[in-house]
Design a protein. Structure first.
Length: 264
């Protein structure tokens, strides 16, 4: 069933989404994409969901595009130039924190989906590769935009040109991932981090900060500074500031309201 290709499990305010084609190391196909994006839409609209963690079932995170599907597409000559990239990068515009827990192979589009996340955890034995150049492809799905901003130009060039495999420890040393742990504690560690965000950080603040980061990528420091001034004036009249300050002064956990973003 289509629903089985991505599993959803709630841990309080944290939603864990698990790519679930373990027999193929969670290779990406149309059914997985459709289910994953539907679950992101639902999570974005649900005020009870504050953070999403993405991981993979079995030994892999996502081994890349399903090669059998790609062969079928080529045989049928169905390759067309897309008119817009927005559907493909849906996770990049997700309005709540999105955390990757990379438990194994993350290749090609699998690596890109890890890059679409805001924070990346990985096991020391996780394997990362762009793989595009080794399959006769180019830097797809915005990888040429994402990688230089995450690891720098020359390291992005290395990863994209060579398609070499980088393990979790090296990935952390070059900034490709943010936290490395052993495989047995990977999901627990990512969940602990996600639960802290969900319990102690304002959903409104986190959503706005994500928007600021994206805005700042394409604008100058002065534009980002001015944008922050406007957003600050908006924030000081909202209840989250009152709750944040009051809970701090009273020495108790904050009780911030959740957010619901309805699809237009």
């Amino acid at each position: 069933m289509t629903e089985d290709v991505v599993l959803a499990e709630r841990h309080g305010p944290v939603l864990v989404l698990t790519l679930n084609r373990p027999e193929k190391l969670n290779a990406w196909n149309d059914a997985m994409e459709s289910r994953y994006y539907t679950l992101l839409d639902e999570a974005e609209a649900d005020p009870e969901v504050r953070v999403v963690v993405l991981t993979g079932a079995g030994r892999g995170f996502c081994s890349g595009a399903d090669m059998e599907d790609m062969a079928i597409v080529r045989e049928r000559a169905e390759i067309t130039i897309p008119q817009a990239a927005v559907p493909q990068c849906r996770p990049l515009i997700f309005k709540k924190p999105l955390i990757a827990a990379v438990n194994g192979a993350a290749a090609g589009i699998g690596l890109v989906h890890a890059l679409y996340c805001d924070i990346r955890f990985a096991s020391a034995e996780a394997k990362f590769t762009t793989s595009f150049s080794r399959r006769g492809l180019v830097a797809e799905y915005g990888a040429s935009w994402l990688l230089p901003r995450i690891v720098g130009h020359s390291r992005a060039a290395d990863l994209l040109l060579s398609g070499r495999v980088v393990k979790g420890t090296e990935a952390a040393s070059i900034g490709l991932v943010d936290f490395v742990t052993d495989t047995d504690h990977l999901l627990t560690t990512a969940l602990d981090y996600a639960s802290d965000l969900a319990s102690n950080c304002s959903p409104a603040s986190m959503s706005t900060i994500k928007a600021q980061l994206f805005f700042a990528e394409e604008n100058s420091f002065y534009a980002a500074f001015a944008d922050a001034d406007i957003r600050t004036l908006e924030a000081v009249v909202k209840p989250d500031l009152v709750e944040g300050v009051t809970s701090y002064l009273e020495g108790r956990p904050p009780a911030f309201p959740g957010l619901s973003f309805r699809q237009q």
